[in-house]
Design a protein around this ligand. Structure first.
Ligand code: SP5
Ligand code: ZN
Length: 345
């Protein structure tokens, strides 16, 4: 297994996120990726490499030029509003809900923040663009490695990606690494690619990006959005649209679900995957399904992640693993590396 490690991930470190009207420390911290890197080293699981930078054109395969332009210039625009903003993260305070227009980008930067974001829990910081871009480099490089003959690769990066859509950020995510990897596999010659999203939260960004397409099958196992973030997407009746009808499968589970229910849903996912006949697989690997996760309410245990890796290997597909959520920092390394080790053995 080849790991593409984002050495710049620490440049994205939010000071806090809004939660029930208060600023609380960010759950999505640099310590998360550090913990996984340390465990990879302890277990000696394959080589760790640095990605080559990819052109912005590769990012435009998934994200709109307008959104990429916003993200790239966001921090300097934020500073231009008020020099004192250097000591504060950028968070939106107004959003264009139903009946308000999305087609005109406002000049006001706070209004731009609202146009391009979906929540107040995702601070944009001085190093966000650099960290996210290097993460995207990792994703495209990891996809390319499969074409060069690797059976599997792992993107060890943060911020995560699966909540980010073509032109918005949220849920701690800015650039959709899983979508970038899937698109690169197709651009490299794969005919069909499957994305399996195992994060506790529904991968609304990835779903929305591929919703109208039949060349990418999106499957997500997650907590029922009636109760959990991202709340407004991820229901079982979302099956795709147009040419993409039948190529989106959501398997929501009630909060509190444990390994038996979760692995049963995984079997449903694997059956659909087998029927699809993908040339390659992208796994959005969130381990916030862990019993000890501070944000989440599933109850998987560390040993379950070994079993998960073994089940994924049995699909027999070239696979890119992408690190997404997981906030129990102490057990994070073991849980993530257990999946990778289960896959390798
Ligand atoms: C990638 C990923 O896992 N994103 C998740 C974003 C979730 N954001 C909402 C967090 C709500 C905070 N809830 C705190 C509960 C403390 N018990
Ligand atoms: Zn999550």
């Amino acid at each position: 297994m080849l790991t593409f490690y984002n050495e710049q991930h620490g440049l994205h470190h939010g000071r806090g996120e809004f939660f029930r009207g208060a600023m609380v420390p960010c759950f999505e911290t640099p310590a998360r990726a550090d913990a996984v890197l340390a465990e990879l080293g302890r277990r000696g699981l394959g080589r760790i490499v640095t990605p080559q930078g990819v052109p912005l054109m590769s990012l435009e395969r998934i994200h709109t030029p307008r959104y990429l332009h916003f993200l790239r210039h966001a921090w300097s625009d934020w500073l231009a509003l008020d020099p004192a903003n250097a000591g504060r993260d950028a968070i939106a305070s107004v959003w264009p809900v139903r009946t308000l227009r999305h087609d005109i980008e406002p000049d006001n930067f706070s209004a731009k923040l609202g146009l391009y974001s979906m929540d107040s829990g995702t601070p944009l910081t001085a190093g966000t663009w650099t960290a996210a871009k290097t993460g995207a480099d990792c994703a495209v490089n990891a996809a390319h490695a499969l074409r060069l003959g690797e059976r599997a690769s792992f993107v060890l990066s943060r911020p995560p990606g699966h909540h980010a859509g073509a032109d918005f950020y949220g849920g701690y995510c800015f650039l959709n690494n899983a979508a970038l990897a899937a698109q690169h596999l197709l651009d490299d010659g794969a005919g069909k690619v499957a994305v399996l999203d195992l994060d506790y939260h529904h991968g609304n960004g990835t779903q929305s990006i591929f919703y109208g397409r039949a060349d990418v099958l999106f499957i997500s196992l997650h907590a029922d959005p009636r109760h959990e973030y991202p709340f407004y997407l991820g229901h079982a009746d979302e099956r795709g649209e147009g040419a993409g009808l039948g190529y989106n499968l959501n398997l929501p589970l009630p909060p509190g679900s444990g390994a038996p229910a979760w692995f049963a849903a995984l079997e449903t996912a694997c059956i659909r995957l087998a029927g699809f006949g993908a040339d390659a697989l992208v796994v959005s690997l969130g381990v916030d399904t862990f019993a000890g996760d501070p944000l989440s309410r599933f109850t998987l245990h560390s040993a379950d992640y070994l079993r998960l890796g073994e089940r994924l290997a049995y699909l027999g597909l070239p696979t890119v693993f992408i690190f997404e959520g997981g906030y129990a920092v102490k057990e994070l390394g073991v849980n993530v590396v257990n999946v990778l080790e289960g896959f390798e053995t």
